[in-house]
Design a protein around this ligand. Structure first.
Ligand code: MRU
Length: 364
């Protein structure tokens, strides 16, 4: 996607394999700051503190983090220690473990002095795969928006609601939920996006709005609690969200609040679609509520908020009653029964085992 007029990806690997550069997403949209990650510990810190976030991007940074670890210590002990440190950063997005496994498998039984280069190449392949995968998700999601447009008066906007940020900032490029939106906009289809602010960290108001604005896509930021009201009034044609983990039966884990959007969508007959790459499917898990670990993050994310101060500095202010604490589950699970369908790089399917195995028969 374009940033400041320049084609860019969210990860910029250095030519010599010594570091990657990523955008510090805790400063967006106020500051566009590229930070350098030159060790596994720096990669783990960036994931844990959410300088980088979004399931596919966490996977990509984790993969490069493991490659950087092997540059420092290519031994089996070094490999396992770095794997464990990176895997422990955040529990819900399965892309992290998927990417770390892919890099570890690529270097297993390989000469120690070749491991860093093999891992670096594998991390690069994971990122190239992500870009191609998201572009395909865009192609397979576009007809959903075209079908809605075809039922409307000529030039009337297709209103998409999305939650959190599942855009190019959360992936390596194009995004997942945003890929059909960018494809529609670039094809000249009049699309408008209702952007959930997505408390407590405001990934929607800060990151999704930043992306859509950068690309010229009409959008409106709304309070998380406004979506149901807009659906009741027929102002939402379709909901498209991303996901951090999908079970083999179609249960979907995503940013906290997604389940409530699915309930409102069902109650108002609004299609609720989930866009995902193959790297986000956890084929080991059947029951999402029982089997997907839900990250609990710090109370301060709820009791405080980050924004631009009157002096132009990026600052945090307390928004909660002093002395009160807060609970902060970061994700929830939407049962497959509330999901209209899944948009993957291989096509669209029902949120079910039959649906997924129809697209991924090798997983039967
Ligand atoms: O806590 P975050 O910002 O990492 O949560 C991100 C989401 O929930 C996204 O919707 C999901 O990772 C999909 S990103 C393509």
């Amino acid at each position: 996607m374009k940033l400041d007029g320049e084609e860019t990806r969210s990860i910029r690997p250095s030519e010599d394999g010594s570091a990657i550069a990523v955008l510090d997403q805790t400063l967006l949209p106020w500051r566009t700051v590229w930070i350098t990650i030159d060790s596994a510990a720096a990669a783990a810190h960036a994931i844990r503190t959410m300088q980088v976030r979004g399931a596919p991007l966490i996977g990509g940074v984790g993969a490069y983090g493991l490659a950087l670890a092997l540059r420092a210590d290519p031994s089996d002990g070094g490999l396992e220690a770095a794997y464990a440190m990176l895997a422990a950063t955040r529990p819900t997005a399965v892309n992290l473990r998927w990417a770390l496994d892919r890099v570890r498998d690529a270097v297993r039984n390989r000469p120690h002095d070749a491991r860093a280069a093999i891992a670096w190449a594998e991390a690069g392949a994971i990122c190239d795969d992500d870009v191609a995968t998201n572009a395909a998700i865009g192609r397979h999601g576009l007809p959903l928006l075209e079908e809605i447009a075809a039922r409307k008066r000529r030039g009337e906007r297709v209103n998409v609601l999305t939650h959190c940020n599942a855009g190019w900032l959360a992936t390596v490029d194009w995004g997942t939920a945003t890929a059909p939106i960018y494809a529609a906009h670039d094809a000249g289809l009049p699309v408008h996006v209702w952007v959930d602010e997505t408390r407590p960290r405001n990934q929607g108001a800060a990151l999704t709005a930043f992306e859509l604005g950068n690309h010229g896509v009409p959008h409106t930021i709304i309070a998380d609690n406004a979506g149901g009201h807009l659906m009741q009034r027929g102002q939402v044609d379709i909901v498209i969200v991303g996901t951090d983990r999908v079970t083999r039966t179609g249960d979907v884990a995503n940013k906290i609040g997604t389940y409530l959007k699915a309930l409102a969508a069902r109650d108002n007959g609004v299609p609720f679609w989930v866009a995902l790459p193959h790297s986000t499917i956890d084929w080991r898990v059947r029951d999402g509520l029982a089997g997907i670990p839900i990250e609990e993050r710090g109370a301060e994310e709820v009791t405080e908020i980050t924004g631009l101060g009157p002096d132009g500095t990026v600052t945090r202010v307390r928004v909660a009653n002093p002395g009160s604490t807060a609970g902060n589950p970061a994700f929830d699970v939407t049962p497959a029964r509330l999901v209209t369908g899944l948009i993957t790089e291989r096509g669209r399917c029902a949120a079910s085992e039959v649906g997924l195995l129809g697209l991924y028969p090798e997983r039967a």
